[in-house]
Design a protein. Structure first.
Lengths: 558, 695
């Protein structure tokens, strides 16, 4: 039979896409770190021999440019010297070049060969719970250079023709706080790549080189065709937005950022020129992170559902000078890069939300609201390292209320850690996990509710790190709605005092102190006075708003 | 003569399967079946009609097992009761926050499933148990009377109770449930520990709420059915089919109705396991192709896998609702005979998940359908006999059929027949992917398995799928059309007990492991006794399983733990390492931790022997009905021999290209593949593995 009929090509295409899912599930189910298996802060993917993305499986949205750029990095460093062989595995956590995130994310790249020809790469990139550095959990809000943020592994060959370089692993293990877990995660990553490699080899064996390569080309042009049609449906023109990032964690000065989006029939150009320069603190984002951000919102705007590949992003162009807060250079600290990366997403979101209401709502909590609690487990006396993001409120839509208690757009197939597991595993006491009714988010359509969560620590040696962006600049509203409420982190001391933070690193806690995490309500849409009285009554009945808010926000007394 | 009967209420049809047993000799008679339309909302009416139609009088029933979709229907149609939820102080919003996940990653206008209890009906009580199972604050029940008054005023019909760590120590929850039942005996009351003893508070709360949601409806239905059967003269109590592939007394089913949620698919899979053991194939990949979906499962060494990670309405776009109840592990995809073929904006051909359903049905039905389905493609390619299409009751609407494929072909730039091939090929690819999810993706090599296919479309696609997956043999059961109902006659009384308890897998834990299983065993015996069965521990067949992981991991691997005569820790360790390596390609030198204890308690029920097919002795040639041009896609167009399945004697053997025709089954045999018929009349297709270039 012919191997190039359209259905065979189609079947190879869907097999290629299925590989991402399979690698994803393998990594999730064997990982040692809750940040991987619950938060799903990892990504897997397949590229062709030149580094063009064929398929990607994601737990979070932030990695859309990270897989292909990592492969290009490996190609540049090893491919040019003929040093890529069957059985090799490359490792990197470099944030500036191929990586695009922070040192916590370890990438593993394995080449795939068919009859001695390099035909593809399988890749995964996952957040290790600790990679060393000055603070447990490695990311901080006040590092001033990357050397404080953990061990740097700039693209090395960790497995050469099947032989593991134990010495490199030993160096890494000696520099991180939970080597046993992280070595488990390393092997989980290698295993995920093996799964992908095996499938690709099978495909080539079954259908032959030419058919698979043809299917790959068609897959990419399919992505391009589909997205082009969706791009055609977007409004054309120039759209702008500006916003303020709270601060860089070192000084209290806010940072101004801006975007100019130009949409034409065949291009989507995001120009961030004019945004604040590279900062002293670790909120810096690298250029690869910026490309990921633009791809992410572009995908949400055009077609959220088809699988992402290189073809989907051929019409996207990112413009930004070097050394801005979006395009930082070595050795700038970058460990909380996602706060700024998400501003790049949110600027485009804000510029286009009024024009694309079926796809976008008003501003949401935006920040991942990540906390790290490190200390001694009260019962097992072992070192406990709790790293988790929080859910918050999403913005109202034009003509609709929205979801409460959802993870940030930066996350995705991310799961909160069950209270029953948190208490057992980390030895803290969880005292509440509920919606709050701070002021904010009122409107004809109400913003989703944020949550409040309390952890009481039970030993004297816990330290707290947390990064809650949008602490000073709450989620934006539309059409006369009220802005949302801010994200914030509080410590309720046993002496009755309360401290409130947007960012904090390494804060010592004492037994009995309560860490209170409050996430934002999303922004409202439309004049609150136009909200139907029965909806206001319902909200009051359900306790989503208080009697005082009925009066102050909606001008009624019920 | 006593009749042993099973009825299965499906979405469209209610099926009956029964046989008689000679009370003196114990000999089983032939198996009979009957089918009537399902009769919502009073499903019991259809059941009684079906018994009448089949000639099985309730007064003659010595055993009656029943499966119904009433639970899943109540959930998917949102026709459950008005539920209120009582939680630990500070945690009433857990139900609405859920897990916060967004499977539809890039959809920034995402909707999660609405909670089944609105916020004002979620109330909190002061109480606390810690993660070690110690009660720190005894529940304060003073507030309860006022809470219940408000629930009454709000029209609440069902009360769910879920407290933190009640999976470890249910004392506070049990006290609260008892007090609600005392103060308000009429209301349905469900406490989480009565359903699940596993951790994860959201999943447990969701299970409890869903159980409360269907509780009044399931109770009404089961009682109405019981009453009709008793009025008909039935003496023994009926049994209800559960999702774990076992049957249970009505008392058990009424107390935990959500355990019936997937009873239909479960019985088909258990029937497959039983048949496989009978014909000597204990490793099976099971495929059930119906009208709108295909279901796949894997059976290893005769064992069906049971999981408690089950969700209602979960898709790639939405998280659905979790139910922590033992369910047989199934992958279901939207690809059945009625699945519609369509072309997207990028020129890509898809099949399903939209289905033409019963109305308008496939284009060939001539009921106004214009979008071609998989069934239409099979008809156009000659795989389905036009004369016996839809039971011979319908003359295929050829003009409409040709037009539909011409239209589809135009969008793809190919001829109509080429488009039909494409539809079958894409449908097969979708099913192959689903079959891979249960086999290769979990570390199993399909070459070690047989593919057992049933349901209307199973035998039509099975041989092509087996070729694709390199499965060496296909089995098509003789009673393929009523396989699920038949499965209910083969099930045992079965209860699964799961408990989360973290313990290292080490010699020092042996006593603890033994102790916990002993505790669970006495609970199981107590429950059997409470259900009216005079049993002792010796009469029960026990199976001991543990969910384990490397210390630090989250997800677990289930392995059997030898317990008799003593806990064999060494054997369990090796089994875990091996299972982990099989599933995930590596093992670690790390410590192993037990997370869940899983006890299976089973009381055997007498089962019918599958009757052997009586040979006619007329020879193979007499079974040949003729030949037909059949398009075997990649294998070319051939004149296939058409056999009358009913006339095929045990022991015969023939090769494809062939079609085996039975009243409700069409088996498609590709060229060169050999078919044999076993003593019972089941078909076995023995696959010759072709060289790669040929396929």
């Amino acid at each position: 039979m012919s191997t190039t009929d359209p259905y065979t090509i189609e079947i190879i295409r869907s097999s290629l896409e299925a590989i991402g899912d399979e690698m994803f599930s393998a990594l999730q189910r064997t990982s040692m770190s809750p940040i991987i298996y619950e938060t799903l802060d990892f990504s897997v993917g397949v590229t062709d021999a030149s580094g063009d993305l064929i398929t990607q499986g994601n737990g979070t949205t932030v990695f859309l440019a990270m897989i292909d750029s990592l492969v290009r990095d490996i190609l540049a460093k090893f491919g040019s010297k003929g040093e890529i062989h069957p059985g090799d595995v490359f490792m990197s956590n470099d944030p500036y070049e191929g990586g695009g995130t922070h040192l916590s994310d370890f990438g593993l790249v394995s080449p795939v060969f068919h009859q001695n020809e390099l035909v593809a790469f399988v890749v995964n990139k996952a957040h290790w719970v600790d990679v060393g550095g000055k603070n447990p959990g490695s990311f901080s809000t006040n590092a001033t250079e990357i050397f404080q943020e953990g061990i740097q592994v700039p693209s090395v060959k960790i497995i050469a023709r099947g032989a593991v370089n134990e010495q490199i692993l030993e160096i890494i293990a000696a520099n991180i706080r939970l080597p046993k877990d992280s070595m488990g995660d390393f092997w989980a990553g290698v295993a995920a790549n093996r799964v992908g490699e095996r499938r690709i080899v099978e495909l080539f064996a079954k259908y032959g080189r030419d058919a698979v390569l043809e299917a790959k080309e068609q897959l990419l042009s399919y992505g391009e065709t589909m997205i082009q049609k969706d791009l055609a449906a977007l409004p054309k023109g120039v759209f702008t937005a500006e916003d303020w990032i709270d601060d860089d964690g070192i000084t209290s000065a806010p940072l101004r950022v801006q975007v100019k989006v130009t949409i034409t029939d065949d291009e989507f150009v995001a120009d961030f020129t004019g945004s604040a320069p590279q900062a002293q603190g670790p909120i810096n984002n690298s250029r690869t992170g910026l490309v990921s951000a633009v791809r992410m919102i572009f995908k949400a705007l055009t077609n959220p559902h088809i699988p992402a590949n290189a073809g989907c992003f051929r019409m996207v162009k990112v413009v930004c000078p070097d050394s801005t807060v979006f395009t930082a250079k070595r050795p700038a600290p970058v460990s909380t890069y996602w706060e700024t990366q998400m501003y790049a997403v949110d600027l485009i979101w804000k510029a286009l939300a009024p024009h694309v209401p079926q796809r976008l709502t008003a501003g949401h909590q935006l920040s991942v609201c990540a906390v790290i609690l490190a200390g001694t487990h009260a019962d097992t006396k072992e070192f406990a390292l709790l790293v988790c993001p929080l859910v918050g409120g999403w913005g109202a839509g034009i003509n609709q209320d929205v979801e409460s208690g959802q993870f940030s757009a930066a996350d995705g197939e991310t799961y909160n850690i069950p209270v029953e597991i948190t208490e057992a595993r980390y030895g803290v006491l969880v005292e509440q996990y509920a919606f709050h009714n701070e002021a904010g988010g009122a409107g004809e359509y109400r913003g989703g509710r944020g949550v409040v969560m309390d952890y009481r620590v039970r030993t004297d040696d816990f330290v707290l790190t947390g990064s809650f962006g949008r602490f000073k600049y709450p989620p934006w509203s539309m059409n006369g709605g009220q802005t949302g409420s801010p994200n914030m982190l509080q410590v309720l001391r046993t002496d009755g005092t309360t401290e409130t933070y947007g960012k904090i690193a390494g804060l010592p806690l004492r037994k009995g102190d309560v860490v209170r995490m409050i996430t934002a309500h999303g922004g409202g849409v439309g004049d609150p006075k136009k909200r139907p009285i029965e909806r206001i009554r319902e909200d009051l009945h359900n306790g989503f708003i208080t009697p005082a808010q009925v009066q102050s926000d909606y001008g009624l007394s019920l | 003569m006593a009749i042993r009967a099973a009825t299965d209420v499906g979405g469209t049809f209610t099926d009956l399967v029964f046989y008689s047993v000679d009370e003196k000799t114990g000999a089983c008679g032939a198996i009979h079946s009957a089918k009537v339309d399902t009769t919502p909302p009073n499903f019991e009416t259809g059941v009684m009609r079906c018994l009448a139609k089949g000639g099985a009088a309730p007064a003659d029933l010595g055993f009656f097992a029943h499966g119904a979709t009433v639970v899943i229907n109540a959930i998917t149609e949102r026709k459950g009761a008005r539920v209120a939820l009582i939680t630990t102080q500070g945690f009433r919003d857990v139900l609405e926050i859920a897990r916060g996940n967004r499977p539809d990653l890039f959809n920034f206008n995402f909707r999660k499933p609405a909670p089944l209890v609105e916020r004002q009906l979620r109330v909190e009580l002061r109480e606390r148990c810690n993660y070690k199972g110690e009660i720190e604050i005894p529940v304060e029940l003073d507030a309860l009377p006022a809470i219940l008054d408000r629930f009454r005023a709000e029209g609440v019909e069902s009360v769910a109770i879920c407290f933190l760590h009640a999976y470890l120590n249910p004392a506070n929850e049990a006290r609260t449930a008892a007090e609600v039942r005392r103060l308000w005996p009429e209301v349905s009351t469900v406490a989480s520990h009565e359903l699940s003893r596993e951790w994860r508070e959201y999943e447990r709360a969701s299970t409890t709420v869903l159980s409360a949601y269907v509780h009044p409806i399931a109770k009404r239905y089961i009682e109405a059915l019981e009453q009709r059967l008793v009025e008909g003269g039935m003496r023994p109590p009926p049994y209800m089919m559960l999702s774990n592939g076992g049957i249970a007394t009505v008392a058990t089913a009424k107390a935990n109705p959500v355990a019936m949620v997937e009873s239909g698919p479960a019985s088909g899979i258990f029937a497959a396991a039983h048949l496989g053991t009978l014909v000597g194939s204990t490793n099976l990949i099971v495929l059930d192709i119906g009208g709108t979906t295909a279901k796949c499962a894997l059976i290893e060494r005769g064992e069906v896998r049971i999981t408690t990670e089950y969700f209602v309405e979960r898709t790639r776009r939405t998280p659905g609702y979790p139910i922590q109840t033992p369910v047989s592990e199934i992958v279901e995809i939207g690809n059945g005979g009625g699945s519609i073929a369509w072309v997207d904006a990028g020129g890509k051909l898809h099949v399903g998940p939209q289905s033409a359903g019963a109305l308008p049905g496939p284009v060939a039905y001539g009921r106004g359908g214009t979008e071609p389905t998989t069934t239409d493609a099979n008809l156009l390619l000659g795989r389905i006999d036009p004369k016996s299409f839809a039971g011979g009751e319908i003359e295929p609407a050829w003009d409409a059929l040709t037009r539909a494929f011409e239209t589809l072909g135009k969008k793809l730039g190919v001829a109509a027949i080429e488009a039909a091939r494409g539809v079958v090929r894409i449908a097969n690819a979708n099913m192959t992917n689903a079959l891979r999810l249960v086999s290769t993706n979990k570390g199993y090599d399909p070459r070690d398995f047989a593919l057992l296919a049933f349901g209307g479309g199973g035998p039509m696609h099975a041989v092509s799928l087996a070729e694709e997956l390199k499965v060496p043999r296909v089995i098509v059961p003789v009673n393929s059309a009523v396989f699920s109902a038949w499965g209910m006659l083969l099930t045992d009384l079965r209860r699964d007990y799961l408990r989360t308890r973290l313990l290292p897998l080490a010699l020092t834990s042996a006593a603890g492991i033994q102790g916990l299983f002993a505790e669970m065993q006495s609970e199981a015996v107590e429950n059997f006794v409470r259900d009216g069965m005079a049993v002792t521990s010796e009469r029960v067949q026990w199976e001991y399983l543990v969910d384990m992981r490397y210390q630090g991991q989250e997800h677990t691997v289930k392995v059997p733990l030898p317990l008799e005569p003593a806990a064999d820790i060494g054997a369990a360790m090796e089994r875990f390492h091996a299972a982990h390596e099989k599933r995930y390609t590596y093992r670690l030198p790390n410590a192993i931790q037990i997370v869940n204890f899983h006890l299976v308690a089973r009381i055997a029920v007498p089962k019918p022997e599958l009757p052997k097919k009586i040979p006619r002795g007329t020879g193979l040639a007499a079974a040949v009905m003729g030949t037909r041009r059949v398009d075997f896609d990649a294998h070319g167009v051939h004149d296939a021999t058409v056999y009358d399945g009913v006339a095929l004697d045990p022991g015969v053997s023939f090769e494809g290209p062939a079609i085996v025709q039975e009243p409700s089954v069409t088996l498609v045999v590709t060229p060169g593949q050999r078919v044999t018929v076993d003593d019972y009349g089941n078909y076995h297709v023995h696959l010759r593995q072709r060289p790669e270039a040929e396929t």
